[in-house]
Design a protein around this ligand. Structure first.
Ligand code: NAP
Length: 300
C-alpha cells in the first residue's frame, strides 16, 4: 500500500488541528488514536480562554473539533501504537492491529497527569484516588474531598468539586497558588473550599477506599484529614515513551523541536503538550498542529 504523507499520532487539540490542516492541504493522512479524539480537554470542566468560546465545557469544545475534522474527511485509525521505526525515509507505525508506512510522522501524544508518589496512592487509585475531577467528581456528591496541587488544574478542579461536594480541601505545598489570577479569585469566593497552605500530603489512607489523608505543614505539624476522595493535580508528564531514545528530548522527556515542529529526526514532527515549549494551552497545541502540517507540506 502507498505510504501516507503523514500519520498523526494522538487526537488532542494538536492532532485534530493537524487533521483539519492536512485535509485542507489534500494530504494523504490518517489520525492514529485508540480512543475518542479530544485529548486532555475532555477532562476539563470549563474552558474560558479559547477565543470565540467565552465559556464552554471541555467536552463540548472537544466534540466541536472532532465534528469539524470529520466534516473535512478525517480518517481515524482507532488503534494503539506499539512501536515506531523512524530512521529511514519511509517510517513505520506499528499498532496492535497492523503496520502502516508513512513519509512523515507527527507526534501529538500530549501529556498525562503526574503521580504524587506517596504511600497509598497506587493501592487506592480508582478507590477514591483520582486524577480527573470532571470524570469522577460525581461519585463524591455531598462528601468531603481534597485536591492536591496549586496550578490551573488543581484550582479548576477544586471549583468544579465545590458545586458537588460538601467540603473541598485544596492542599498546596506553598503559600501562593500558581494558577491564573481569575481562578485564584474565584476559588477564594467559594465558602466550602478550604485552602491548606504550605502543606504536603504524606500518605493516602484507607482500607478498601480512601478515608483520610496524612498532611504535614512546613512547621512539621501533622494532621489527619478525613476525606472520601483525593484528586491529584500536581502537573503533567509528556507521553513521549514511544520516541524515547529516538529523538532528542529534555531531561523531563519533552520532545525538542524547532519553530517548524521538526524534531532531531528528519520526517518526525511533534506538536502540542508533548514538546518542550513555553506555554501549554489548548490554543498553543492547536497552533503547533497547524504549523507542523504546513512544514510537512513545504518539505514534501
Ligand atoms: P502545573 O501548572 O505544573 O501545576 C502543578 C502544581 O502542582 C503546582 O502548584 C506545583 O506546586 C504542584 N506540585 C508539583 N509537584 C508536587 C508535589 N510532588 N507535591 C505537591 N505539589 C506538587 O500543572 P497543571 O495545573 O496540571 O497545569 C499544566 C498545564 O496545563 C499548565 O500550563 C496550565 O496552564 C495548563 N492548564 C490550563 C487550563 C486552562 O487554561 N483552562 C486548565 C488546566 C491546565 P508549585 O506551585 O510549588 O510548583
Amino acid at each position: 500500500m502507498k505510504p501516507y504523507d503523514v500519520l498523526i499520532i494522538g487526537g488532542g487539540p494538536a492532532g485534530l488541528a493537524a487533521a483539519i490542516y492536512a485535509s485542507r492541504a489534500g494530504l494523504r493522512y490518517a489520525l492514529v488514536e485508540q480512543g475518542f479524539p479530544g485529548g486532555q480537554v475532555l477532562n476539563t470542566s470549563e474552558v474560558d480562554n479559547y477565543p470565540g468560546f467565552p465559556e464552554i465545557s471541555g467536552m463540548d469544545l472537544g466534540m466541536k473539533w472532532m465534528e469539524h475534522a470529520q466534516k473535512l474527511g478525517m480518517q481515524q485509525i482507532m488503534e494503539e501504537v506499539t512501536d515506531l521505526e523512524v530512521g529511514e525515509d519511509i517510517k513505520v507505525v506499528r499498532t496492535f492491529g497492523g503496520e502502516y508506512t508513512t513519509k512523515n510522522i507527527l507526534f501529538c501524544t500530549g501529556a498525562a497527569p503526574r503521580m504524587l508518589g506517596v504511600p497509598g496512592e497506587d493501592r487506592l487509585r480508582g478507590k477514591g484516588v483520582s486524577y480527573c475531577a470532571t470524570c469522577d467528581g460525581a461519585f463524591f456528591r455531598n462528601q468531603k474531598t481534597a485536591v492536591i496541587g496549586g496550578g490551573d488544574t488543581a484550582v479548576s478542579d477544586a471549583i468544579y468539586l465545590s458545586a458537588l461536594c460538601q467540603e473541598v480541601f485544596l492542599i498546596h505545598r506553598r503559600d501562593r497558588l500558581r494558577a491564573a489570577d481569575y481562578l485564584c479569585k474565584k476559588v477564594q469566593m467559594k465558602e466550602n473550599i478550604h485552602i491548606l497552605w504550605n502543606s504536603q500530603v504524606r500518605e493516602i489512607q484507607g482500607e478498601e477506599r480512601v478515608s483520610s489523608l496524612l498532611v504535614s505543614d512546613t512547621e512539621g505539624q501533622e494532621k489527619r484529614l478525613e476525606v472520601a476522595g483525593a484528586f491529584i493535580a500536581v502537573g503533567i508528564q509528556p507521553n513521549s515513551g514511544l520516541l524515547k531514545g529516538k529523538v532528542d528530548t529534555d531531561s523531563a522527556g519533552y520532545i525538542l523541536t524547532n519553530d517548524h515542529m521538526e524534531t532531531s529526526i528528519r520526517g518526525v514532527y511533534a506538536a502540542g503538550d508533548v514538546r518542550k515549549k513555553f506555554l501549554r494551552q489548548i490554543i498553543t497545541a492547536a497552533a503547533d498542529g497547524a504549523v507542523a502540517i504546513e512544514s510537512i507540506v513545504a518539505a514534501l
